[in-house]
Design a binder for this molecule. Structure first.
Ligand code: SAH
Length: 272
């Protein structure tokens, strides 16, 4: 999951969705003067600086990206750091530094919170990081065939040893009947106000098998050698075929296909 170079070039869907959600929910955010902004799970920093930053009024004070991965943070600082933009290592599920409590006017998170097992710990931390009247906009995955394919592969003897802890990497909302209600309830319990949670039906179409492989490889959380990963991705594609997620555009040409990824995106807004 921390192959930063690969992620950098294979995150089209993440970028598209961050932009759409900011366009749709951006009006809820109460920008003030000299705002301090946090992006949780910033990854390579591309979304933080290339998309989120464009929505932040120019007189902001500081934009901080945080990520659990040292490699991501190092890459982001090297490519996108400047006098008002910096990146730091922080686990949103763990203990947050005391001096960051109440330090931010706005917190954002894109395509990260579905990796978190202890949702309440992460959401409580997000609440703690906000100052009075601060707000948060959190975007993460609900249901996606990606997780079903991981589960199917985990049952195969060949992959079982590598995918032992598969459930740790399946979104906590993948099997939920009513994720909006679940998240709303959790946020209310923590103390969030003005809560708005929406579960959105999304679709992304990949044009080649290679694009699918790169996208899966960029977020593959399972440790294996590069050679083995190539076989893993081949098996992944076979299952995608079995699940009939592929529309053949031209029968004989493997390159001319539409590979549909229908998934749900959860968007949660709240204020302190
Ligand atoms: N927001 C970026 C990156 C999303 S990829 C984008 O939209 O492109 C998800 C990122 O979450 C990865 O960089 C991963 O290292 C990070 N992450 C996973 N668990 C985390 C945790 N507990 N705390 C902080 N970051 C985490």
């Amino acid at each position: 999951m921390d192959n930063v170079e690969l992620y950098h070039y294979s995150n089209k869907v993440q970028k598209r969705d961050a932009f759409r959600c900011l366009e749709e929910f951006g009006k809820k955010i109460k920008w003030r003067n000299f705002d301090k902004v946090l992006d949780i799970g910033c990854g390579d920093g591309g979304v933080t600086t290339g998309i989120l930053k464009k929505f932040i009024p120019d007189n902001f004070k500081h934009l901080v990206g945080c990520d659990i991965s040292h490699r991501m943070v190092e890459f982001a600082n090297r490519h996108y750091g400047d006098e008002r933009t910096s990146f730091m290592v922080m686990d949103i599920e763990g203990q947050i530094p005391r001096d960051l409590r109440g330090a931010f006017d706005h917190t954002f998170s894109f395509y990260t919170l579905h990796w978190i097992v202890d949702q309440e710990a992460a959401f409580t931390n997000i609440y703690e990081l906000l100052g009075p009247d601060g707000d948060c906009l959190l975007v993460f995955l609900g249901n996606t065939p990606l997780f079903d394919v991981f589960r199917i592969l985990s049952r195969r003897p060949k992959w079982r040893p590598y995918l032992k802890d598969v459930e740790r990497f399946v979104s906590p909302y993948h099997d939920s009947q009513d994720p909006e209600k679940e998240i709303r309830r959790m946020m209310a319990k923590i103390g969030f106000k003005n809560i708005d949670v929406q579960c959105k039906e999304m679709c992304f179409v990949y044009k080649t098998m290679d694009d699918v492989k790169k996208a899966v490889s960029a977020v593959n959380p399972f440790r294996m050698s590069a050679e083995l990963e190539e076989e893993f991705l081949e098996d992944y594609i076979h299952i995608v075929r079995d699940m009939r997620l592929i529309d053949q555009v031209n029968n004989n040409v493997d390159e001319a296909v539409n590979i549909r990824n229908n998934y749900t995106l959860l968007v949660a807004f709240g204020t302190k």
